[in-house]
Design a protein around this ligand. Structure first.
Ligand SMILES: Nc1ncnc2c1ncn2[C@@H]1O[C@H](COP(=O)(O)OP(=O)(O)OP(=O)(O)O)[C@@H](O)[C@H]1O
Length: 611
């Protein structure tokens, strides 16, 4: 049996037994080739390897040290954290520069308006697909930009959450190998410009809708296609006036500075739901190429500190939008409770925002100049005068339910370039329209809206083979007038009218003809709803009157649900505790009342301050 001349690496790692070398073991093997003193060779080999390893490691450390020193002295680096707008710019920039061309590792998400930088993984440019491929680039990538080497790496970053707890996030580290700082800023500027170019057809909306925010405030980013100005039908001049006002504001920055006035402008858009307030803001953002930073104050995690932190991150030339601003403050009773009784302000606010916090936020918007502040509400009368003062709200715009002209405009906009109905002579069924609200048999409230719009009969359609004809302008105007004549001014919101028109999207002629029936149905439903509301209000009023009468008779014994019923807990004639006797209307003795027995429960101690 042959013994290898050079021992294996594993052999070398086995320490020799005391007083015996490997040679001793080998010597006993018959027929072995015994040429080298393997034990000695083993030690020499092992020490040689150790020394070589140490040298290699020292070289490696020296290289890393030198590289880091080189990097430190000859490069500039920046960190972009997910949730910050700049993160979006840089990811798009990297995608456009084909930095991810060697990537084999992707995060796939369904296609949405959220991303503008998904990588195309299909060789066929016509295939857009239904998913976005975002590189999961954990290992560093090196690329050349304008003659400078740039290293990019995506890492997990730890940020401090709103709660003070550390929280995992994602960041991109960018290192430009040059000592010139301007190169990095040029790169970021180029990334920003590219991003703006790419998202031009969109309005970017940053939503502060999550409670987990890090050291740098993290926004949820959404994109919506621009809303054309002409798609918003408002009384003449309202929209143009707003746009011109905003343009003038941005053009007069120097004037604001000279006058020592913070460069911000506040608008309050108020009116019933579905009248176009939010749509107006989106249209303005698209027209002036502004981003929207939107807050909803009704979320429970929103408080004053949250608002301050969020506001501080909003860049110049942005719209700061607070939707339903009245939600921040303690609510009044519902409208249907308003029976002349004093307004209740004792309900807890729905978020942790205080009025002063809100005012500070609005004032803080001016600290980074050039912002439009928009607030919307359905209840302008609920807002505090401090909120409405000029400087915070400079212009108020009232939105109303649709006028006849608006209804006509809506019809013309939705059916522009439409075709005549496929079944122009289809008759309206006799039962369309008024009738049905009685269908609300559950007695819970509003009758369900039953879609009674006549549906085209497909068998009829195929048999007649009608060729659709485009609607001429004159015909369209005629139908729009017919449609508008069916509604009274300020009766329906544009959103309601739009809902009806969308249901009849392919039947402009029928939509105009059947409008009166739809209106009749809506009126009937509204009447029913109003009746129910009145009933509920009456019941509540009666309950309150009963409670007031009870309190007058027994001021010390509130009628709290779950509280033991009358008679009062103290035997008649017994001196009442001093707290109770301080009451301006002492409880009159009850004629014929049975003295309280010992099994009458004592009131809970906290009630009426009895202790
Ligand atoms: N004046 C209008 N012109 C065209 N469309 C309108 C108009 N008003 C409302 N709409 C349509 O109604 C829908 C709701 O509009 P929007 O969200 O702007 O109303 P809003 O006043 O902001 O409502 P809310 O007070 O409930 O937020 C949108 O789809 C919009 O297209």
């Amino acid at each position: 049996m042959a013994v290898p001349l050079i021992p294996s690496f594993v052999d070398l790692l086995v320490p020799p037994r005391r007083g015996q070398s490997l040679w001793d073991g080998i010597k006993g093997i018959p027929g072995s080739i015994q040429v080298v003193d393997i034990a000695r060779l083993r030690h020499t080999w092992a020490y040689g390897c150790l020394a070589a390893g140490a040298v290699v490691d020292a070289c490696r450390r020296a290289f890393v040290w030198l590289y880091n020193r080189f990097k430190f002295r000859n490069s500039t680096s920046a960190e972009f954290v997910l949730g910050d707008p700049a993160y979006e710019w840089i990811v798009l920039f990297l995608t456009e520069n084909d930095v991810w061309q060697h990537t084999r590792d992707f995060r796939v998400s369904s296609k949405s308006s959220k991303l503008v930088y998904g990588v195309s993984v299909s060789a066929d440019p016509d295939i857009t697909g239904s998913a976005d491929y975002v590189p999961a680039y954990e290992s560093p990538q090196l690329f050349l930009w304008r003659g400078y080497w740039v290293e990019v790496q995506r890492c997990r970053a730890q940020v401090q959450a709103n709660t003070g707890q550390p929280q995992q996030s994602t960041a991109i580290f960018l290192t430009v190998f040059t000592r010139k700082l301007s190169v990095l800023s040029e790169l970021v500027e180029e990334a920003h410009r590219g991003y703006q170019q790419k998202i031009k057809p969109y309005v970017t909306i940053f939503l502060a809708d999550s409670p987990s925010f890090g050291g740098s405030f993290l926004w949820n980013v959404k994109r919506k296609p621009h809303r054309p100005m002409e798609s918003i039908i408002l009384p003449d001049g309202v929209l143009d006036d707003l746009i011109n006002d905003a343009k003038r504001f941005f053009a007069s920055e120097a004037w604001y500075h000279r006058a020592g006035i913070p460069h911000r402008r506040g608008y309050l858009l108020y009116g019933p739901p579905g009248t176009g307030k939010s749509s107006t803001i989106h249209a303005i953002a698209g027209e002036l190429n502004l981003e929207i930073h939107s807050f909803s104050l009704s979320s429970s995690f929103v408080d004053d500190a949250f608002l301050q932190r969020a506001t501080a991150t909003i860049p110049k030339r942005s719209i700061v939008l607070v939707e339903d601003i009245d939600c921040a403050l303690p609510s009044r009773e519902e409208d249907d409770d308003s029976d002349g009784s004093p307004v209740r302000r004792d309900r807890p606010p729905r978020s942790g925002v205080t009025l002063s916090g809100l005012l500070n936020m609005i004032d803080g918007i001016g600290s980074e100049e050039g912002k439009l502040f928009f607030a919307t509400t359905n209840y302008a009368d609920r807002l505090d005068p401090a909120l409405m003062r000029p400087g915070r709200i400079d212009r108020r715009v009232r939105y109303t339910l649709a006028t006849g002209a608006q209804a006509q405009g809506l019809f013309e906009r939705l059916f522009k370039d439409a075709e005549e109905d496929v079944l122009p002579h289809q008759e309206v069924p006799a039962d369309t329209g008024a009738s049905s609200s009685k269908a609300d048999s559950d007695g819970l409230g509003v009758a369900p809206i039953v879609d009674k719009t006549p549906k085209p009969d497909s068998s009829l359609a195929s048999s007649k083979e009608t060729v659709p004809q485009s609607l001429s302008d004159a015909r369209l105007g005629e139908l729009a007038q017919q449609f508008a004549a069916a509604v009274r001014d300020y009766e329906f919101s544009p959103a309601e009218l739009q809902g009806y028109l969308l249901l009849n999207r392919d039947r402009p002629v029928a939509a105009a003809r059947e409008m009166s029936a739809w209106v009749a149905l809506q009126r009937e439903e509204r009447e029913l709803k109003a009746e129910r509301k009145a009933e509920r209000r009456e019941r509540r009023r009666a309950a309150r009157a009963k409670e007031a009468a009870h309190f007058q008779q027994h001021p010390h014994y509130p009628s709290v649900p779950g509280y033991p019923p009358f008679p009062p807990p103290f035997p008649i004639g017994m001196p009442t505790p001093h707290v109770l006797s301080a009451s301006p209307t002492p409880s009159p003795p009850l004629a014929g009342a049975t003295p309280a027995t010992t099994n009458v429960e004592s009131p809970p101690k906290h009630i009426n301050g009895v202790s």
